[in-house]
Design a protein around this ligand. Structure first.
Ligand code: GDP
Ligand code: IMO
Ligand code: MG
Length: 442
């Protein structure tokens, strides 16, 4: 029995779904714990591509219970359209479960997300405009609509009769938008509630039962460590807790039940949306990474910003998530590069100091410039490599360097998008527990 968290260890889009899919084969339950339809998770099986936004990628395996936990925010229309697309392709919904406590993204959340972004001008966050921030804001203000509320017309009406006039003040007076009609929303969302009713339950109790039955539970993170509301590059973050701790609060599972935390990182770094990115390449090298890596957002179709691997951010992700091991993805994208750079520290442009740990004070970040170590490329295709011994020497050296810089073992290396484009270096689930570094954090 093992309960394992797969967490994004950079800015999202690290290939979490591919790694989750790999591990889901031996899991009984796959659980999403935060975020919503801002996520875009891609799995390629036998050349067939599946894109998930709300539904755990474990649904690709028949018989696995797939849970949308209470820490998620759910747009029921997006959920139903994703589900019907999957069912058209022959997948099953009989083991899909949705937490009654998960919050619902309502029509006003979409409008406010878009209007706020547009009004920010050059201070914009670059959100996915999926209503994520406003949904979590209402949750924190204790005025959100939960999945359970969609199932009771009277409760839904009472809540929306109070809420909609307040949102209309914002929409009309601040953003010059037409008002919404509470009754129309009640009718539409009650109907949506009837369509998803069969999936809604107390998922925390379901997971507790599974733990008691010694089942294997896989927690599929969305977004990434540097997008975490508390631990990311605030305010250029999402509004949930993608880091490993979020798997507990977002599902109702105690930390003592977690056996293993696996961090997923690309062999380089990408970011969609605004915010600091010290190793970003704005030149032809960045363009090359974007083209070779097909770095286009799964949810919004925006080009991803690309840059070299950043060990400072990597070390931070190891620490914040308590990572046991790493899965390094997209190694194959670097196959054609003669030289590859790794950022091992920053230089503070203001003070000249060398900085080896991520500055958590947002304003300091803009003064950081990367200090690089250059490593030789391998100039050999890696996609057909099946084991470590198949990997070119320089690729092994590159991976060793990452592992040493981050003081964390690499268990999985992904060398292509397909399920079988994978090299397993050590058992990611049952490997030795990582001993925390004795080095003080500088
Ligand atoms: P997620 O949000 O973390 O699940 O990642 P995304 O699905 O948004 O983005 C990762 C993209 O890289 C997807 O298109 C994957 O199919 C693809 N991918 C994953 N692993 C690899 C790999 O090792 N090599 C290549 N070339 N593509 C990969
Ligand atoms: P997956 O799960 C990459 C980014 C957005 C924006 C910021 C806030 O596929 O890795 P939001 O809509 O959440 O309020 O946007 O977060 N973002 C992602 N970037 N991958 C994601 O998900 C993301 N989800 C949100 O681009 O910068
Ligand atoms: Mg993604």
């Amino acid at each position: 029995m093992a309960n394992v968290i797969v967490v994004g260890a950079q800015f999202g889009d690290e290939g979490k779904a591919k790694v989750t899919d790999l591990l889901a084969r031996n899991a009984d339950m796959v659980v999403r714990y935060q975020g919503g339809a801002n996520a875009g998770h891609t799995v390629v099986v036998h050349g067939e591509t599946y894109k998930f936004h709300l539904i755990p990628s474990g649904i690709l395996y028949p018989g696995k219970t797939c849970v949308l936990g209470p820490g998620m925010v759910i747009d029921p229309k997006s959920l139903l359209s994703e589900l019907s697309g999957l069912m058209d392709r022959g997948l099953e919904d009989s083991k899909l479960r949705i937490s009654a406590s998960a919050h619902v993204t309502m029509p006003y959340h979409f409008l406010i997300d878009a209007a706020e972004e547009d009004s920010r001008g050059d201070q914009k966050i670059g959100t996915t405009k999926r209503g994520i921030g406003p949904t979590y804001a209402d949750k924190c203000a204790r005025s959100g609509i939960r999945m359970e509320d969609l199932l009771d017309r009277d409760v839904l009406k009472a809540k929306l009769d109070w809420m909609v006039p307040r949102k209309n003040v914002l929409l009309e007076r601040i953003y010059n938008l037409p008002p919404l009609d509470a009754d129309e929303i009640v009718n539409e969302y009650y109907e949506l509630g009837q369509k998803v009713k069969k999936y809604v339950c107390d998922t925390a109790a379901l997971i507790f039962q599974a733990i008691g039955d010694r089942k294997n539970i896989l927690f599929e993170g969305a977004q990434g460590t540097l997008l975490d509301l508390d631990h990311g590059t605030y305010p250029f973050v999402t509004s949930s807790s993608p880091t490993a701790g979020g798997a507990c609060t977002g599902t109702g599972v105690g930390p003592t039940t977690i056996d293993r935390v696996i961090g997923v990182m690309k062999a380089y770094v990408t970011r969609v949306g605004e915010g600091p990115f010290p190793t970003e390449l704005t030149d032809s090298l960045g363009q090359r990474l974007r083209e070779v890596g097909v770095e286009v957002g799964t949810t919004t179709g925006r080009p991803r910003r690309c840059g070299w691997f950043d060990a400072v951010l990597g070390r931070y992700a190891v620490r914040i998530n308590g990572l046991d091991c790493l899965a390094i993805t997209k190694l194959d994208v670097l196959d054609g590069f003669e030289e590859i750079q790794v950022c091992t520290a920053y230089r503070d442009k203001q003070t000249g100091e060398t900085v080896t740990e991520m500055p958590t004070i947002g304003s300091k970040f803009q003064h950081m410039e990367p200090i690089y170590t250059t490593v030789k490329g391998w100039l050999t295709p890696t996609t057909e490599c099946k084991s470590v011994k198949d990997l070119p020497e320089n690729a092994k050296k590159y991976l060793d360097m990452i592992s040493e810089e981050l003081d964390c073992p690499i268990a999985i290396v992904s060398v292509g998008p397909n399920r079988d484009h994978t090299v397993v270096i050590e058992d990611p689930i049952h490997g030795p527990k990582r001993v925390l570094s004795k080095q003080p954090v500088k």
